[in-house]
Design a binder for this molecule. Sequence first.
Ligand SMILES: *Cc1c(COP(=O)(O)O)cnc(C)c1O
Length: 398
Amino acid sequence: MSEAMKTYIEQAERDLLHTYNRYQIVIDRGDGVYLYDTDGKKYLDFVSGIAVFALGYHNTEYNDALKSQIDKVIHTSNYYYNVPAVEAARKLKAVSGMDRVFFTNSGAEAIEGAIKAARKYAYLKDGTTGHEIIAMNHSFHGRTFGALSVTGNPNYRAPFEPMIGHVKFADLNDLESVKAQITDRTCAILLETVQGEGGLFPAQEEFLRQVRELCDERDILLILDEIQCGMGRTGYMFAWQRYGVRPDIMTSAKALGCGVPVGAFLMTERVAQSSLAPGDHGTTYGGNPLACAAVEKVLDLFEKDHIIENVREVAPYLESRLEELKDKYDCIAERRGVGLMQGLVFRQPVREIIDRALERGLILINAGAEIIRFVPPLVITKENVDEMISVLDTCIGS
Ligand SMILES: *Cc1c(COP(=O)(O)O)cnc(C)c1O
């Protein structure tokens, strides 16, 4: 590592709040599925900014769309209409089959909006407050208070209690555990269609169907968090589309803007008509013209560049190559995940392996202490998979 890079890292450790144990790399630029550090060293990126940069780095069409929007107008208030927001909403509705969109600045804010919509929906039904939300153990929904309150990791919540309250936890794929938490005060059941941070656990089709039925029977809203597993990652635009279990409210972010900070919560017309109304919710930046120009272009490019088709072609290959590694090493217990959202579960902490991979020009990330997570750009090829596997193999072996 050059002196210059060391200096940047020292400066960062002095000036930035120490909320991350960062990896020893200063990223300078990206091109396709590769990143370069400030010393010019090249890395194959199997993280894509944690499931964000789906289209790969330095996508000319995407960059040009942003540049031309910058030259028109970057921001206007939500008190006025703007063309990118209108177009982005229309296109997002078309690919999601949902009816109404609210753009946010992040995933956590999309969750906040979803929770507020669910509470308002229940409030309008019976005029009372304090309705309950059922969320899942091992879930992750973000770091703001509402999102943290529904995140099923007690360690994340503990120092910041009290949470928003009236949140109960059940186990993913265990219908009885969900039923056990339902009361006549339940307003929503919230889950990630595929759990990301919590360990790459997919919701099973049968479970999703049964939760949907429960919700229908009792007029409870089903909220699906598609922030990480959505936007093509599982080989479907949104992971729930694989099973056809449509949520009442859905959240998106991460790859939605492919790097421009933007999220969204979407809902059915039925929920929209009896939940949030003028005065109930708002944001200064959310869905501003620049963010929405990004969303619009991302959705165009997904179609034009056949992104989902590529995921369907490459993902089974990634799975099979990860299975080979699992069979080769006793220290690997399991592979799990869906599409280009995969995890290798180790019987030991993985930080050292990830550090070693970084030294050897491969960027990986964990999900919990003992899982390596693979969330590459959705444009990766089978050759990129081979390249990744051969580096990772040497990192486990030594
Ligand atoms: C990343 C993530 C969030 C939070 O999104 P931020 O943009 O970091 O606020 C919420 N839910 C899931 C499933 C996520 O993966």
